[in-house]
Design a binder for this molecule. Structure first.
Ligand SMILES: *Cc1c(COP(=O)(O)O)cnc(C)c1O
Length: 349
C-alpha cells in the first residue's frame, strides 16, 4: 500500500465520459478524440485514456514521446498521435512506438522519411503560426508518397466565435484538404467544436472541455452539458485558536481582528494552488463557505473556521469551478488544471 496522501483530487469518471459524449454529439458525424497531453491535463493520462477508450474514443493526442511512453500500452483499438513530431533525439523511440508523429516542419518530414517513413499525421499551419507546415511548403510535393493518416490544423481564436481568424483558418484548411490526400482531416479543439459542425471535419480533438473546462465559445445551453470532473480536497493537520492581534503565516500578513479559530490544511502552491488564487478562493464544509487567510505556503494553507465543528483529520473541499475561478484570478482554466501537482491522491469515483 502506498502511503496515504493528505490531499486529494476526486475525479468523476462518469462526468468525463458524459463530456466526451456531449462533445462527440456537438461534432455532428465526426469522430471525437481526446487530448491527453500534460498527463491528461493534470488528471492522469492513463486513467483518462482507459475510461474514454471504454466509452468508444479511438484517437488520443499527447505532446511528446516521453508522454507517449508514460502512457504504456494503448487500450485495444486506440491510436495515439504525438503532436510535437520528431526531433532527431526522438527517432529511436518513435520508430519503436505504435504512436504516430504529427509532422510539423520540412525537417521533420525529411527526418521521418529518412528513418523509413511509416504512418504519420501532418500539422498544417493555417494562421496560428505556432507548429505546422506552411501552405507554400505543402505545394511543392513535400508530402507526396507519405502514408498520412490525419492532416490537422489548430485554431488560434476558437474561444471567440466572432474572431475573423476562425473563418480564415477554416477556408485555408478546406484548401489544404483539397490538396493533401489523407485518410482524415481534423481542425477543432474544444472551443472549435462549438463553432459549428463546419469545423468538425472527420475528427475533433477536445482537451479542456473533457475535463470540465468551459471554452468561452460555448453558449449557455452548451455550458450546461459540460460537467465538472475535478474536485480538490485537503486534510486539516492542526486547529488553533488565536487572540485578537495575533498574526498567521509568513510575513504576518493576516492579523486576527478578534479571537478566531484557524485550521491549517495540507495544500500549498507546490500543489498548483497558486498564491494569486488566495483572494478569490473559497473552501467548503457542507454548505458553509470558508475563506483562506494570510499568505499561502508551499505545502500549507490557513483558513478561518471559527465555530465550525472541524478538527484534525477532517477534510475541506476547495471551490474549483474552473470558468469562475479562472476569471476571478486572471488565470486560464488550462493553467488551473495542468498545474495540479503530483502530491494529490487521484481518486476516480
Ligand atoms: C492541446 C491541443 C488540443 C486540445 O485543445 P483544447 O483547447 O484543450 O480542447 C487540440 N489540438 C492540438 C494540436 C493541441 O495542441
Amino acid at each position: 500500500m502506498p502511503a496515504s496522501s493528505p490531499l486529494r483530487l476526486d475525479l468523476d469518471g462518469d462526468s468525463l465520459v458524459a463530456n466526451w459524449h456531449a462533445l462527440r454529439r456537438a461534432g455532428g458525424g465526426a469522430a471525437c478524440g481526446a487530448a491527453i497531453k500534460a498527463d491528461g491535463y493534470g488528471l492522469g493520462a492513463r486513467q483518462v485514456a482507459a475510461r474514454l477508450a471504454a466509452a468508444g474514443c479511438r484517437d488520443f493526442f499527447v505532446a511528446t514521446w516521453r508522454e507517449a511512453e508514460a502512457l504504456g500500452p494503448l487500450p485495444e483499438g486506440a491510436s495515439l498521435s504525438v503532436l510535437h513530431g520528431v526531433r532527431e533525439a526522438d527517432m529511436a523511440a518513435a520508430r519503436q512506438s505504435d504512436a504516430r508523429p504529427v509532422l510539423n516542419s520540412v525537417d521533420q518530414v525529411a527526418r521521418w522519411r529518412a528513418g523509413g517513413g511509416g504512418r504519420c499525421d501532418v500539422m498544417v499551419d493555417t494562421g496560428m503560426n505556432r507548429l505546422g507546415l506552411g501552405l507554400a511548403e505543402i505545394e511543392s510535393g513535400l508530402l507526396d508518397g507519405l502514408a498520412i493518416e490525419t492532416v490537422m490544423s489548430h485554431l488560434a481564436c476558437a474561444d471567440d466565435p466572432a474572431h475573423p481568424l476562425n473563418a480564415r483558418q477554416l477556408a485555408r484548411f478546406a484548401e489544404v484538404r483539397a490538396r493533401v490526400p489523407a485518410r482524415r482531416y481534423s481542425l477543432a479543439n474544444s472551443a472549435g467544436i462549438f463553432l459549428g459542425t463546419d469545423y468538425a471535419f472527420d475528427l475533433t480533438r477536445p482537451g479542456l472541455a473533457l475535463y470540465g473546462g468551459v471554452p468561452v465559445a460555448t453558449d449557455a445551453g452548451q455550458r450546461q452539458v459540460l460537467r465538472p470532473v475535478v474536485t480538490l480536497s485537503a486534510a486539516i493537520l492542526q486547529v488553533r485558536t488565536v487572540e485578537a492581534g495575533d498574526s498567521v503565516g509568513y510575513g504576518a500578513t493576516w492579523v486576527a481582528p478578534a479571537p478566531a479559530r484557524i485550521a491549517i490544511l495540507n495544500i500549498g502552491y507546490a500543489d498548483g494552488v497558486l498564491r494569486r488564487l488566495m483572494p478569490v478562493l473559497t473552501l467548503r464544509h457542507g454548505d458553509r463557505r470558508i475563506a483562506p487567510i494570510g499568505r499561502l505556503s508551499m505545502d500549507l494553507m490557513a483558513v478561518r473556521i471559527d465555530d465550525l465543528a472541524l478538527g484534525e483529520g477532517d477534510w475541506l473541499q476547495l471551490d474549483y469551478a474552473l470558468p469562475a475561478l479562472a476569471a476571478a484570478a486572471g488565470l486560464s482554466q488550462y493553467e488551473l488544471l495542468t498545474g495540479l501537482g503530483n502530491r494529490f491522491d487521484r481518486n476516480w469515483i
